[in-house]
Design a protein around this ligand. Structure first.
Ligand code: HSE
Length: 306
């Protein structure tokens, strides 16, 4: 019998405007990993389809690096593995592709190292690697998750709210935007006055989302002062998408994660018309409707004869 671990890991959109590094939502676009023990003495990676071309096929792979760090921490030895990787999540576009790969590596180490990490522990580890929970938390749990990582204690606390009952459109530019570059565009410091203002906007946005008041939530999302003012020049399409979306009475248009993908939240009656208009207007981008993922990572162990 040959045993394989199959993982279906969702993408995520971080920040939602005002929740920089703390709010994220899982999306129904997936990284698929199929993992089995091989008979050699090393790991190998096989990449199928778009979004994974050019990734290393040997032990320089990010998933190998992370999985080994986890194995070392828990003092277990992982067997040599063959990993087949397929992905619907474009790389370096602000849809959490590296967080999904990171979470995949943790699940692989957990399973093949027989560590028995709980979901809570997986989240703690993932956030420690990533530095903030906004992509990894929804990727692990699904839905809309808010969280805070305390770098001193290395503890991550999370809280969940109902995902919005609104439609989501993502417009994905053809170019990549490095997260490092996008984070380097941010200011080092923030005045007390600005912090108070932005935390008020963020608090109001969350309260409005809890009450499913999307008009108010959207109004707040679009007033972010934590990251969008400093990053929007890196995404030339952003302001035009926002303007067009407003013609369709969208609730909000924000930068997804570190960009360059742009996320629009809109009423279901109007989403179809808008996404088609965005497709016509931005032929070099991919505009699509995307649904919110509520399951988080799905894993399955399969057995087959050799
Ligand atoms: N919150 C992060 C950012 C997400 O906006 O940079 C990408 O890591």
């Amino acid at each position: 019998m040959c045993e394989s671990l199959s993982l279906k890991i969702p993408a995520s959109t971080a920040n939602l405007g005002v929740g920089f590094d703390s709010i994220g939502m899982a999306l129904n676009k997936f990284l698929y990993l199929n993992v089995q023990i091989n008979n050699s003495d090393r790991w190998s990676f096989k990449h199928i389809g778009p979004n994974v071309e050019g990734l290393p096929i040997d032990e320089t792979h990010y998933i190998y690096q992370i999985a080994q760090q986890v194995a070392n921490r828990y003092e277990v030895t992982l067997p040599p593995l063959d990993i087949e990787m397929r992905s619907e999540i474009p790389l370096a576009r602000g849809l959490g592709s590296s967080a999904s790969a990171l979470v995949g590596a943790l699940y692989i180490a957990n399973y093949f190292g027989d560590i028995e990490l709980s979901k809570y522990e997986l989240l703690q580890l993932a956030t420690e690697f990533e530095g903030h929970p906004d992509n990894v938390a929804p990727t692990i749990y699904g839905g809309l998750v808010l969280g805070y990582y305390d770098p001193q204690t290395k503890v991550t606390d999370v809280s969940y709210i109902d995902p919005p009952r609104a439609d989501m459109i993502i417009t994905i530019p053809s170019n990549e935007l490095s997260t490092t570059l996008s984070r380097n565009a941010l200011p080092e410091t923030f005045s007390h006055k600005d912090a108070v203002r932005n935390s008020a906007i963020s608090n109001t946005m969350i309260s409005a989302l809890i009450q499913h008041n999307y008009e108010l939530a959207g109004k707040m999302m679009e007033q972010d002062g934590f990251h969008e003012p400093y990053r929007q020049h890196l995404i030339p399409e952003f302001q035009t998408i926002k303007r067009i979306a407003k013609r369709y009475h969208s609730y909000a248009t924000v930068i997804s994660g570190a960009g360059p993908t742009v996320l629009t939240m809109i009423a279901p009656e109007r989403s179809g018309e808008l996404v088609r208009e965005l497709k016509r207007e931005f032929i070099h981008c991919r505009s699509e409707l995307v649904t919110i993922n509520v399951t988080g990572v799905e894993s399955e162990v399969l057995y087959q004869r050799h």
